[in-house]
Design a protein around this ligand. Structure first.
Ligand code: FES
Length: 379
């Protein structure tokens, strides 16, 4: 039976009668104040009752967690604020009952069942003597027995039962970390030929637009219209100059978060050696991924994902305001300061037939072929 002590340890060392006659616990009887047996038994029943309440609270917590499953579209039901409120109240309430029940039971146990000592001890040298170390095992077992843990099966079993749901809770809550993203993080709306629009507008971008920008920097998004929108991916937006203002694009917030980029105009003579390197899996140097001095980097900081939104034109430094990671836009967005470890990913850009900036095609390297003396870096 769960929690049942072995036969050898079942003998009581503290009972109402034996306490008075002679105490065999870790401390001498003269220093021990044990409760009468009736008080201990009543304490055991009260503590067990609390542990049963704690058990019910713990089970209630697990049940409450599953009461609000994700919808068929994988949208958590608690995304609705009203449902979220009920979920929070149930989870918080049941967890409070479980923890309070265990605490109350432990308190009753300590006050009504365990003996009390008045102990004084001189300040000895900190390391224990060999004799003390050798007697620790005996001392521990005697203390466990005297505490009632081995002698009070009702209390012990209800305590174990109360702890079980709480022990399971962290494992159950791991469900919140799923579902696993699979390949989703490798997808991007930046398919070849996709035009870019100024963030917050529907305006396509020409290379000349960067000239007139006082900071030489524009935040852009891919122009992608999902099904049901005004067009289907790619160029969209109509013909000729009228296409400069697209009718609308529909990116989910997730897509936007993943695909927002910085377009930065840098005098071509200011580019540094990092731009002559190739990206892993590609055959051409990074400088070929620029257009008329315009380079495109992801705006998502490689530290923990804040928008790296500050740009200093004179030094070509991109700064993330969250923890001050700084990237050199003229040198393949190499990290020059701060906690980020990786450069900002670069997007290859060019212009399409109508002169709008868009994601250009790249030339993946063929197996076994290296391009000249350039060094490869990860994207
Ligand atoms: S998120 Fe950018 S520095 Fe921390």
């Amino acid at each position: 039976m769960l929690g049942t002590p072995s036969a050898e340890t079942g003998e009581s060392v503290v009972s109402g009668a034996s306490v008075e006659a002679g105490h065999e616990g870790p401390y001498p009887a003269s220093e021990t104040h044990a409760h009468p047996e009736e008080v201990q038994r009543r304490g055991e029943r009260i503590a067990s009752l609390w542990f049963v309440i704690a058990f019910l609270g713990g089970v209630g917590f697990l049940v409450s967690y599953y009461l609000f499953p994700p919808s068929a579209q994988d949208v958590p039901a608690i995304a609705d604020p009203r449902i979220g409120q009920y979920s929070n109240m149930l989870l918080g309430g049941t967890l409070a009952v479980a923890l309070f029940g265990i605490g109350a039971g432990m308190t009753v146990w300590a006050r009504r069942v365990m003996p009390h000592y008045e102990v004084s001890s001189p300040y000895d040298d900190l390391p224990s003597s060999e004799k003390e170390k050798g007697s620790f095992g005996d001392f521990f077992m005697k203390s466990a027995d005297e505490s009632g843990f081995t002698r009070r099966p009702l209390m012990r079993r209800t305590l174990i039962a109360a702890m079980l749901p709480l022990g399971l809770a962290p494992i159950v809550l791991l469900r919140d970390t799923g579902p696993l993203p699979g390949d989703k993080l490798r997808d991007t709306p930046w398919a070849e030929g996709v035009r870019m629009v100024v963030e917050g507008t529907d305006r396509f971008i020409r290379a000349e637009d960067l000239e007139s920008e006082p900071n030489g920097m524009i935040t852009a998004l891919p122009y992608v219209v999902h099904e049901g929108g005004h067009g289907e991916g790619g160029h969209g937006g109509g013909e000729g100059e009228s296409a400069r203002y697209a009718e609308g694009y529909h990116l989910s917030l997730n897509d936007k978060a993943k695909s927002v980029i910085l377009l930065i105009k840098i005098p071509e003579g200011d580019y540094k050696s990092g731009m002559t390197e190739t990206v892993e899996g590609q055959d051409e140097p990074r400088i070929n991924w620029t257009h008329n001095g315009i380079v495109a980097y992801s705006k998502i900081c490689t530290h923990v994902g804040c928008p790296a939104a500050l740009y200093e034109r004179t030094t070509h430094r991109i700064l993330c305001p969250c923890h001050q990671s700084t990237f050199d836009a003229a040198n393949a967005a190499e990290v020059v300061f701060g906690p980020a470890h990786r450069p900002l990913p670069q997007l290859p850009i060019g212009v399409d037939d109508e002169g709008y900036l868009s994601r250009r095609a790249t030339s993946p390297s063929r197996p076994g072929r290296r391009s000249g003396t350039t060094r490869r870096t990860s994207r």
